[in-house]
Write a protein that binds this ligand. Structure first.
Ligand code: NAP
Length: 330
């Protein structure tokens, strides 16, 4: 990819998030979706029609063979990420892969090894990291505005209808709150503390389909620092994040899709940051992937692959504490 080139995206899968991504990509001036691939031609064509994408393929294999695609956005269900990312990498394509990166750390290692071995760009689509409000939060923390961070809490949970076959509750689709939404607080804690916890205590309600319907996690770090995290797919939670430091605190409503953040220092200062532009959030990660491709980077410094892998190891440890093993992992 040359510096002046438009980044030509291929979209792999035509589900809910693929559509949202395709819409937000319109807000990235130097990027365009040129092709979409689906397991069925009908779905690919309908998606292409809805989003104004010129080429529609009835298989993922055809999509990754398209020479005009610079980077593939993988938006299939979690247990399919590993296979689909490998398909792209083996075809020589750069990849932006949806969260959770994979189901477990073993799969993540394989993808990372393959991308590095081939010198190809690979990034976890942890879009939260690239949101302007979250960049501002990182800046506040780095500038010492709240002093030393000692504690944080974060929750992301909603009550989905009880659908045992759907991807949220079906163990064959790696269902459960942790992988679907728990990844956000876990990744957020990794960003705030810049490391994985030293100790983890995690509990969950395992529902009748055998996956975690809601969970609570206590992470401990050196120096007695702590993070209390929750996630749920069958329980509406109070979805926000608070970060507490020795000189103040930061409040982020709906932190995973943050449009605003509020800083309050113990000396009485208050500062509010808000993004009120037209982007829904996915354009920022797409822009970062494009920047990396143009600059010849194979990883994004804001979401490096070593951190993605470390987070997947943390996720594995949490599931180990619950004895939650997916049927295809046995
Ligand atoms: N970043 C975010 O905000 C966000 C939001 C929601 C979801 N996600 C992530 O994105 C991924 C997809 O979620 P979604 O909500 O878009 O799910 P979805 O609506 O169920 O769509 C999933 C898509 O995966 C493809 N797929 C491939 N193999 C499949 C299989 N064996 N069974 C079912 N579908 C299969 C299908 O595409 P085709 O039929 O076209 O082949 C399907 O449309 C998940 O990993 C999820 O964690 C991210």
């Amino acid at each position: 990819v040359k510096r002046s080139d438009k980044i030509r995206w291929g979209i792999l899968a035509t589900g809910g998030i693929a559509g949202k991504f395709a819409e937000d990509l319109r807000h990235v001036p130097d990027a365009e979706a040129v092709a979409v691939g689906s397991r069925t031609r009908e779905s690919a064509e309908a998606f292409a029609g809805r989003h104004g994408i010129p080429r529609a393929y009835g298989s993922y294999e055809e999509l990754v063979r398209d020479p005009d695609v610079d980077i593939v956005y993988v938006a299939s269900i979690h247990p399919a990420h590993a296979e689909h990312v490998l398909l792209c990498l083996e075809a020589g394509k750069a990849v932006l892969n949806e969260k959770p990166f994979t189901v477990n750390a073993g799969e993540a290692e394989r993808l990372i090894r393959t991308a590095r071995g081939r010198g190809l760009f690979l990034m976890e689509a942890m879009w939260t990291r690239y949101l302007p409000a979250i960049r501002k939060v990182r800046e506040w923390i780095a500038d010492g505005r709240i002093g030393e961070v000692r504690s944080m809490n974060a929750a992301f949970g909603f009550c989905a209808p009880h659908d045992p076959d759907g991807r949220l509750l079906n163990p064959h689709k790696a269902g459960g709150a942790l992988l679907d939404v728990g990844i956000y607080p876990v990744s957020f804690a990794s960003m705030v503390f810049g490391r994985q916890p030293e100790r983890i205590a995690a509990r969950a309600r395992i529902g009748e389909t055998g996956v975690d319907e809601h969970n609570a996690m206590l992470f401990s770090y050196p120096g007695g620092r702590t993070a209390t995290l929750q996630s749920a797919v069958r329980l509406q939670l109070d979805n926000h994040c608070d970060i507490y430091g020795t000189k103040g605190k930061i409040h982020i409503p709906q932190f995973w899709m943050a449009r605003e953040a509020v800083l309050e220092t113990s000396s009485g200062e208050t500062e509010r940051f808000a993004y009120d532009g037209p982007r829904t959030g996915y354009a920022f990660e797409a822009e970062e992937a494009g920047r990396c491709l143009r600059e010849g980077l194979t990883e994004s410094p804001d979401m490096p692959l070593d951190e993605t892998l470390a987070i997947m190891r943390t996720m594995d440890e949490i599931r180990r504490q619950w004895g939650l093993v997916y049927p295809f992992e046995r």
